[in-house]
Unconditional design. Structure first.
Length: 549
């Protein structure tokens, strides 16, 4: 929805009376604007629904048209993916709003080129359906289809096809666009192209895992006969994890257990200088789904499929994945309004967030949108859409509210030793975790391995014996996976300290045993490399545990 500064101040008061209404009605009542109550022109449906399946037909037709466009048309399938390659934000508070604009303009392009004026992006609710939608393996809906082979059959084909056009595009960028790309480490086009072909110029070596290009035959790891998410990814998209990501009451907060978004940063193109942090939803289900579809673990050390790096929009599943992330932002927003809480940054932070310039979008006519700002995309009416029924409309947020009222379960910091962390959780905290819908969140800080490292994901083990150095689906010690999405960006100045927010499973042996004994839980938390490759031990930089919300 769209909110002026006045509406920021009045939302809480007007939403108080809306708390008893269904979430859709609450949103309209909270704004106090009749226009907000009007139905949107387009509705995005679950891809598993009959309406969503119908949309896939038009989606495929639109992709076919984009593949046939000349490479100098910004709506060309690969050209549009390069908007994401150059400009996408990850690990900061502009993640949701930038992607809303990116998939919003894409939706308009497909609507135009497919010839279907009713087209709206379907979303993939991976919590309810933890497998790739069956239709996404048909024809051009898979990047492994033969229609892609003339362009991505090998790196030379792709280079000859698109590099000259993209080099010319880079040379025509204006000063503001160039200043933004400099923050990303791209002062020349050749520096950017190194992240396409995986060449690390400073070390004069190739980094297969960092190669954004993906050959046609390996452009996506899951197949029609192997469509289910693996066990790590299934936990990442589980109701416990996604529900925990919806519990925070602040759009942005210092603690990722209390923040819906990742942290404030100087620009949407960089992470905070003090260290990268990921909110629950971005850092866990978002990153993990990207990595699994690209083949992390299965084909380490790469090269991976499209979804693992910043040309991820070459895989059509990208847009269904991000439509679901956008839907979760909508669910969180309506939850906030129903409880009379702010939905965007407040005070001085509001201006910094809303005024951030986005300079690379392309519209349905293939023309540059021109300078626009984050504030223009917080409102779904920019693209006049809403969402059909899906998970979490009836999700209970009572547990987190009750904890806040009682002031129970404060944060517990871990003590570091020998690369691990130990802490003691009071018996009442353990009881609340086991009994309530709101789980405990472990905020774990680790140092991301350097640019030449081959491992992108790391398992968290709790109270595992020393000889246990990995995790399995039935492990009583497994607490989740820390997943890095995208390359290390050698040209970008960034801290390698990274904090993830991890909802702890109810099935952890350490917690179930303490709950049964009605005693405090003594936890020892280690981080170990995940996947088949040998890797250096991980040194934990910090751990704290607190309730979600």
């Amino acid at each position: 929805m769209h909110y002026t500064r006045r509406e920021f101040l009045t939302t809480a008061a007007s939403a108080a009376g809306a708390a008893m209404l269904p979430l859709g009605s609450a949103l309209a009542a909270a704004t106090g604007a009749g226009r907000a109550a009007e139905p949107a022109r387009w509705r995005r449906y679950d891809v598993a629904s009959p309406e969503g399946q119908r949309m896939l037909v038009s989606y495929a037709r639109g992709i076919e048209a984009m593949l046939k466009l000349p490479v100098d048309d910004p709506r060309n399938w690969f050209r549009y993916a390069f908007v994401h390659f150059f400009d996408c934000p990850h690990g900061n508070w502009w993640f949701y709003v930038w992607h809303r604009g990116y998939i919003g303009y894409f939706e308009k392009i497909v609507r135009e080129l497919s010839g279907d004026p009713e087209f709206a992006l379907p979303y993939w609710d991976w919590t309810r359906h933890p497998e790739l939608p069956a239709g996404m393996f048909d024809g051009v809906l898979s990047p492994t289809d033969r229609a892609y082979a003339p362009f991505t059959g090998n790196l030379k084909l792709f280079t000859d096809y698109i590099k000259p056009t993209m080099a010319g595009y880079f040379e025509r960028l204006d000063d503001d666009q160039r200043a933004q790309l400099k923050l990303r480490g791209y002062t020349t086009f050749e520096e950017a192209w190194c992240d396409v072909n995986g060449y690390y110029a400073a070390k004069q070596t190739g980094l297969t895992g960092n190669q954004a290009f993906a050959v046609t035959c390996a452009a996506r790891y899951p197949s029609k006969s192997n469509a289910k998410l693996d066990w790590r990814s299934q936990f990442a998209v589980s109701r416990l994890v996604v529900g925990a990501g919806l519990l925070p009451t602040h759009f942005q907060a210092e603690s990722m257990a209390q923040s819906f978004t990742s942290p404030v940063a100087p620009s949407h193109l960089v992470q905070p200088a003090s260290g990268q942090k990921f909110s629950i939803l971005e850092g866990y289900p978002h990153n993990k789904v990207h990595n699994y579809i690209g083949g992390v673990h299965a084909i380490d050390p790469g090269p991976y499929g499209n979804m693992t790096n910043f040309l991820s929009p070459v895989d059509p599943i990208f847009f269904l994945h991000h439509a679901n992330m956008d839907r979760l932002w909508d669910v969180w927003t309506r939850k906030q309004l129903a409880h009379g809480r702010p939905i965007l940054p407040e005070g001085d932070q509001a201006k910094a967030f809303m005024d951030e310039p986005f300079l690379f979008y392309v519209d349905a006519d293939g023309k540059p949108v021109g300078p626009s700002t984050a504030g223009q995309y917080v409102d779904q009416r920019r693209f006049d859409y809403d969402y059909g029924p899906g998970g979490y409309e009836g999700f209970s947020f009572d547990a987190a509210d009750r904890r806040r009222r009682l002031g129970a379960s404060a944060e517990v910091d871990g003590q570091l030793h020998a690369g691990a962390a130990s802490l003691a959780l009071p018996a009442a905290t353990v009881r609340d975790h086991q009994d309530d819908a709101a789980p405990l969140i472990a905020e774990i800080t680790m140092e991301r391995p350097d640019e030449l490292a081959l491992t992108r994901e790391f398992d968290v083990l709790v109270n595992a014996p020393d000889e246990v150095t990995g995790a399995s689906a039935d492990s009583p010690y497994y607490a989740g996976t820390l997943a890095f999405f995208g390359p290390t960006m050698p040209g970008m100045q960034m801290s390698h300290n990274t904090t993830f927010a991890l909802p702890l499973p109810k099935t952890l042996r350490a917690l179930t045993q303490a709950a049964n004994a009605k005693s405090a839980a003594q936890l020892n938390i280690r981080v170990v490399p995940a996947g088949p490759l040998a890797a250096e031990p991980v040194k934990v930089q910090g751990v704290s545990v607190r309730p979600a919300g």
